[in-house]
Design a protein around this ligand. Sequence first.
Ligand code: SF4
Length: 411
Amino acid sequence: MLSSYSYSALGTFQTCPRKFKFEYFEKPEIPKSITADAYMGNAVHRALDVLYRAPLGGTVIPLEEIIRFYRAEWEKPDRKYIMVVNEYQTVDDYIEEGRKMLEEYYDKYKPFNLGKTIGTEMNVRFRLENPPFNIKAKIDRLWKRNDNVIEICDYKTGRMPQEGVNDRSFYQQMGLYQLAVQAKFPHWEDIELVQYYLKFDEQIRRRLRADELDELKEQIRVTIVETIKAEQLDNFPTRESGLCNYCEYYKLCPAKRHRLVLEEEEGAEGSEKTTFENAARRVDLFLTRHRQLGELKAEIEALKEDMVRFARDLGINKLTGSEGEVSVKISRSEKFVTKTEDPQAFAELTSLVRKIGFEEYFKLDEKALMKEIYQKERLTPELLETFKKYVVIKEDKRVTPHHNKKDDDDE
Ligand code: SF4
């Protein structure tokens, strides 16, 4: 269990549990590298921090000085540790992109007198109760506007979310910041959450209702419980996505390593290398057989359809060939609607059966019970203990083939 949880830690767990394990438990020694996007974001944040710290003392730093500071930030790291994921861009492109964002922001908001900055890059901690978990938030800028509204602001240098104000990550990140600020300053009530998208000169603004904040507390609690369960069971699966290209642990990742070793980008030697190569041969055989099986199954389904059609057309229920016979039984019976076919009708049927007292005909949905109730710990501590008696740890082995696309699939 972590000593405290941040939006970033919880987000990492939700995006990829394996990355969470690398980041917060294994902490492997890896060559220090950072993507140009991330470095640019950090450098812009540091420059804005410098800009807003100064007005606390009543002076406004000239733009040239901010840009000089920003450029100096880029001189600090060795360029070879900055990764550029997009092959059409260079580190210099990122430097210029960040400079442009700072200049536009500066021109728009100078002389920065729309309110009073309370803090920048503020670390705020609070405790979530029942059970107690420590939560920490790092807020880019907290300020009191001239209209007396407290604004929690966060700067973004990347893309805007398509969902805009309804973006889930806005709610999770900014909501967590609001919980932290309200825990520290309980008398503040009028709080607005704002994300500034510097590249687009756009903002997303939102106020959260008390019930939305309560729901968020529950979501945070559930995610923390999931991380603790994952730790207890050592269950941190990889979750591949487009974000893998930005992952610092790519070369160590169990989902990437085999390919890297075969491409000899990352070393494996001697017997380990042979094992990797043997595994590659078995992979190919498995994929070939799997494809053949798929084709065979499709052919069998089509033949079954043919059998049924012939039986209907000829008015018979047994078909004969030189290899043997095939029985075709077409029958009709009454069945209740299933949950998948019609969820609404199924819910009505369920409540009807309950109302008339036929509970014994209900099948226990043990999967939903595990996922929604037990794993999210939505039980009293006593009941949780009672349920524990019936829980067994099982290993689930799932082997999922991913066939390469055939050339003619592209057409
Ligand atoms: S490379 Fe992708 S799957 Fe692997 S740890 Fe990183 S984010 Fe997860």
